[in-house]
Design a protein around this ligand. Structure first.
Ligand code: FAD
Ligand code: SIN
Length: 511
C-alpha cells in the first residue's frame, strides 16, 4: 500500500516549516525537501521582516505602504490580514530564539527599506533569513517532525479534480514513488532560476508553480517578477548573484553612476528609497545612458565600525571578493529576485484545486499586487502558513479507495535550462517590448513541445523552468499596460481599466 500522511509539505523554508510546526498539533506532518533541509531562499534573506512595532507606526500605515507599492492590484483583505496578524508571529520567532537585533531598551532595532514610510524592518543584522531558518529547523526537530531530504516532488496526483498527493523522486535511489495526503501543501519557494542573473539559490526553479499549473490550478500575476536593483556585478556565489540588501540604502547608501554622480533624485522624490521597481528601472536606464555594465552603490561615507557591525555578511563577503565597502563603492546590477505571482490562493492558502494548499513565495495571496514592498515576503509566508495550519484543523480524511499504487515510469526530457535563462534575461527583463515578448513566446513554445506528457524523472527542473518561463511570458503579453514591476515600452502607461489579476490555468493558455 502506498504511504499516506495527514499533511504533506513540500519545502523546508519559512513557509513549510512554519506550517509544519503549527499543524503538528492536529495531524501527522511529513516534509519533503529537494536538497539539504536549509537550502532555501529563506536562508539568504538579509533585510528582515516588515512588521508594525515602532511607536510612530500603525497597521494603517503599513497597509497603505503595501497597497501603494502594489499599484492597485493588492487584495485589501489579504493585506489587512498579513499586516495585523504579523507582530505576534514575529514575536514568537524571537521567543523561539531568533537573534533579532535589539536596541538598548531591548525593543527590536527597526530598519528602513524602500517604500516604507516608517522604520519597521525587524532584522538579525544582515542574516535574518539564516536565523529564521535555523530556529524553525530546531523547532521542527524538537516537535519530532520528519524532514526527508533529497526528495524531489515531481508532479501532483490529481483525480476527479482533487489533489491526493504527489509523485516524487528519491535523488539517492533514483526511484519514483507516491505519497498520499489529506492535504498537500506546496511551499517550494520562488522561480528566480528562470533567469541567468538572480539572487535566488539553485533550488528556486519554480517547481511548485509548474506542478500546480500542470495539475490545472489557477496561476496568477506571473508577469510581476521583482528585480532587486543591487546585486553585485559579476559575482556569482554557488549559482546566485550576491545581494546587497536594500537596508544598505536604508542606512544612507547612495546609488551613483560609474563616474560617481548620484542619480535617484531624478527618478523619484523618495530618491534611493523609492519602491524597488522604480529603482531597478532607474539603474537600467542609467546603465544604458552611460554605456556601463553596472552602477555604483556607495555606503563608504558611514563609519567603518557601523558598517561592519550592521552588515557583517555583506562586508565580509565583498571583502573576500576584493571590495572594501567601508572605503569604496560596490558595482551593482539588477537581478531577478522575487516571484510576486504564483499559485492563486485564498486567505486560507487554499488553491483552486481541493486539498491543494500553497504557501510562501510559490503562492499568490494577492498581498503584493504588482510590486512587493521590501521585507513583506517573510511576513506573508509566516502569516498565511499559520492560517493554513488553522484551516486544516478540520480536514476530511481521504477515503481509502482513492489510494492506489501508481506505477509511473519516469520520462527523460531535454535540458533547456541555460537557453531559457538567456532568453529571459534578454527579452523578459526589467524593461520589456512587445516584439521581444512575442519572440520569447515563440521560442518557449518550441521548447515546451519537446517535453512529452507524463512524469519526468530526468531534467524535471528544466521542464519546470520552461513551464514557468511560459507563464511569465504569457502573463506579460496579456498585460497591455505598464504597472508596477511589469514595464513594456509599447504600453508605457498604467491603464486604469486593467486593474485585475492575470490568471492562467491549463484551460486558458493565451488570449
Ligand atoms: P524557500 O525559503 O525558498 O523554501 C523553498 C523550499 O522548497 C526549499 O526547501 C526547497 O528546497 C524546497 N523545494 C523546492 N522545490 C522542491 C521540490 N520539487 N521538491 C521538494 N522540495 C522542493 N524577503 C523578505 O521578506 N525580507 C528579506 O530580507 C529578504 N531578503 C532576501 C534575500 C535574498 C538573497 C533572497 C533570494 C530573497 C530574499 N527575500 C526576502 C525573499 C524571501 O527570502 C523569500 O520569499 C522567502 O524566504 C520564501 O520562503 P518560502 O518558504 O516560500 O520558500
Ligand atoms: C533586501 O534585503 O534588500 C531584500 C529584502 C527583500 O527582498 O524583501
Amino acid at each position: 500500500m502506498p504511504r499516506k500522511v495527514d499533511f504533506l509539505v513540500i519545502g523546508s523554508g519559512i513557509a513549510g516549516l512554519t506550517f509544519a510546526t503549527k499543524a503538528k498539533t492536529h495531524g501527522e506532518v511529513l516534509i519533503l525537501t529537494k536538497k539539504n533541509k536549509a537550502d532555501s531562499n529563506t536562508n539568504y534573506a538579509q533585510g528582515g521582516i516588515a512588521s508594525v512595532f515602532g511607536d510612530d507606526d500603525s497597521f494603517a500605515r503599513h497597509i497603505a505602504d503595501t497597497e501603494k507599492a502594489g499599484e492597485g492590484l493588492s487584495h485589501p483583505d489579504a493585506v489587512k490580514i498579513m499586516v495585523t496578524s504579523g507582530p505576534p508571529l514575529v514575536q514568537e520567532l524571537y521567543e523561539l530564539g531568533c537573534r533579532f537585533s535589539t536596541d538598548e531598551g531591548s525593543a527590536f532595532e527597526l530598519g528602513k527599506e524602500g517604500g516604507h514610510t516608517r522604520r519597521r524592518i525587524v532584522h538579525a543584522k544582515d542574516f535574518t533569513g539564516y536565523e529564521i531558518e535555523r530556529v524553525l529547523l530546531e523547532s521542527a526537530k524538537k516537535s519530532g517532525i520528519v524532514i526527508s531530504e533529497n526528495e524531489i516532488a515531481l508532479d501532483l496526483i490529481v483525480k476527479d479534480n482533487e489533489c491526493l498527493g504527489i509523485y516524487y523522486l528519491d535523488a539517492i535511489t533514483k526511484k519514483i514513488d507516491t505519497i498520499y495526503a489529506d492535504a498537500t501543501v506546496l511551499a517550494t519557494g520562488g522561480a528566480g532560476q528562470v533567469y541567468l542573473h538572480t539572487t535566488n539559490p539553485p533550488i528556486a526553479t519554480g517547481d511548485g508553480i509548474a506542478m500546480a499549473y500542470r495539475a490545472g490550478a489557477d496561476i496568477a500575476n506571473m508577469e510581476f517578477v521583482q528585480f532587486h536593483p543591487t546585486s553585485v556585478y559579476n559575482l556569482q556565489i554557488e549559482g546566485r548573484s550576491f545581494l546587497i540588501s536594500e537596508a544598505v540604502r536604508g542606512e544612507g547608501g547612495i546609488l551613483k553612476t560609474r563616474d560617481g554622480a548620484p542619480f535617484m533624485d531624478k527618478y523619484s522624490p523618495s530618491g534611493n528609497l523609492a519602491p524597488r521597481d522604480i529603482v531597478a528601472r532607474a539603474c537600467v536606464s542609467e546603465m544604458l545612458r552611460t554605456k556601463s555594465k553596472y552602477v555604483l552603490l556607495d555606503i563608504s561615507h558611514r563609519e567603518a565600525d557601523f558598517i561592519k557591525n550592521r552588515f557583517p555578511t555583506i562586508y565580509e563577503t565583498c571583502l573576500k571578493w576584493g571590495i572594501d565597502i567601508t572605503r569604496e563603492s560596490i558595482p551593482v546590477v539588477p537581478a531577478a529576485h522575487y516571484t510576486c505571482g504564483g499559485i492563486r490562493v485564498n486567505t486560507w492558502a487554499e488553491s483552486s484545486v481541493p486539498r491543494l494548499f500553497a504557501l510562501g513565495e510559490c503562492a499568490c495571496t494577492g498581498v503584493h499586487g504588482a510590486n512587493r514592498l521590501a521585507s513583506n515576503s517573510l511576513l506573508e509566508a509566516l502569516v498565511f502558513a499559520a492560517r493554513a495550519a488553522e484551516r486544516l484543523k478540520t480536514t476530511k480524511t481521504l477515503t481509502a479507495s482513492k489510494i492506489l499504487k501508481h506505477d509511473m515510469p519516469g520520462k527523460t526530457g531535454p535540458n533547456f535550462t541555460l537557453q531559457v535563462k538567456e532568453l529571459m534575461d534578454q527579452h523578459v527583463n526589467v524593461i520589456r517590448t512587445q516584439k521581444g515578448l512575442e519572440h520569447a513566446r515563440e521560442v518557449i513554445q518550441g521548447l515546451e513541445d519537446q517535453f512529452e506528457d507524463g512524469i519526468h524523472l530526468i531534467n524535471a527542473e528544466s521542464r519546470n523552468i520552461v513551464n514557468v518561463a511560459r507563464l511569465i511570458i504569457e502573463s506579460a503579453l496579456r498585460r497591455k499596460e505598464s504597472r508596477g514591476l511589469h514595464y513594456i515600452t509599447e504600453y508605457a502607461e498604467k491603464d486604469s481599466t486593467l486593474g485585475k489579476d492575470t490568471i492562467i490555468n491549463t484551460n486558458i493558455v493565451s488570449n
